[in-house]
Design a protein around this ligand. Structure first.
Ligand SMILES: [Zn+2]
Length: 329
């Protein structure tokens, strides 16, 4: 939007053509509107989105992405889900054709991903079948599922998301399509459970500044220190909680990753706490992923059950009772 290509595309405004950037800013600033937000966005922007497909694909190719993600609109609410699904289907088809026919050279070395961004609530509705159809009926090499408003502590919703993933994997297998299913915007622990239900990978959001967080229920405190992932408890501990847990070991970090090995006590990590805990998180999660990839897909859930049972993240145990019967190892 700010690189002076997409943002400067002109779209019709009330008083004549305006740059897209201005139209988006106006829509975001429009707090009071007689029509619901999702519908307002659809009315304002759906007619113009098609014109971004080229720019978005070119940007990804120029940035040397290995997987080109197709254009999409989020599927957020049953009141206009039909329209959102229909728009996503058209964008997906156009993105795929664009890559095949315009970026012919790039297509030889790059994969294409069909991204479906959906509010987790939608998997509890009659639209599930349409979304499955959307995911299956295309020629993408990968399927991405970006979950919006998803809290994996909500057990009913988590169960319906996992059910959706399993059904999608089954349908793809029936059509002999090996297309991997990737999850976006999930907690890593949920991703592990989802691997047992047919998902292939999970991307955890870490893009926010590590020392900043926004909690509408708590006023910002000058003393915010982000949480540290405890590798055995599988919990996200505050600095104070970690101090209590490590007290008996002279405050030594409960981990031997390069980040933790660089300090003898957690106090020594304080001056660079944000970077320290993020680097530690990445090291630990990489190791957990290596362990998972080494485990046979036949008993991955059993291995994960052992790990989760020894942790404090036992709320994930019920999701590990199932193991998808993967055809390929
Ligand atoms: Zn560590």
């Amino acid at each position: 939007m700010n690189n002076e290509t997409l943002g400067d595309i002109t779209v019709p405004g009330v008083m004549g053509p305006v740059p897209l950037r201005r139209a988006v800013e106006a829509a975001i600033g429009e707090i009071e509107s007689p029509i619901p937000k999702a519908q307002n966005y659809a009315n304002r922007f759906y007619a113009h989105i098609d014109r971004f497909t080229y720019g978005i694909e070119k940007f990804q190719i120029d940035s040397d992405a290995d997987i080109i993600v197709g254009s999409y609109v989020p599927i957020t609410t049953t009141s206009i889900a039909d329209r959102q699904i229909d728009k996503t289907r058209k964008l997906l088809r156009d993105s795929s054709l664009m890559l095949d026919r315009i970026f012919t050279g790039a297509r030889k070395t790059k994969d294409f991903m069909a991204m479906i961004a959906a509010n987790a609530r939608i998997f509890d509705t009659e639209y599930t079948e349409d979304i499955l159809d959307l995911a299956i009926r295309n020629s993408a090499d990968h399927i991405g599922i970006k979950l919006l408003n998803f809290n994996d502590k909500d057990t009913a919703r988590t169960a319906s998301v996992l059910r959706f993933i399993t059904t999608l994997r089954k349908r793809l297998d029936e059509l002999r399509k090996p297309t991997p299913i990737h999850l976006f915007n999930v907690m890593s622990e949920f991703a592990y459970a989802a691997f047992c239900h047919g998902a292939y990978s999970g991307a955890v959001p870490i893009a926010t500044l590590p020392d900043l967080h926004f909690d509408p229920n708590n006023q910002p405190s000058p003393e915010i220190k982000g949480r540290y992932y405890h590798p055995i408890d599988m919990s996200y501990d505050t600095y104070e909680e970690l101090s209590v847990k490590t007290n008996a070991q002279d405050f030594a970090p409960p981990c031997d990753c390069p980040s933790c090995a660089s300090c003898q006590t957690i106090m020594q990590a304080l001056p660079r706490w944000a970077a320290f805990r993020k680097e530690h998180f990445l090291f630990r999660k990489s190791e957990e992923m290596i362990e998972i990839r080494k485990t046979s897909a036949r008993n991955l859930n059993v291995k994960l059950q052992d790990k989760f049972a020894r942790s404090q993240a036992t709320s994930y145990l019920p999701y590990l009772e199932y193991m998808y019967p993967y055809v390929l190892e």
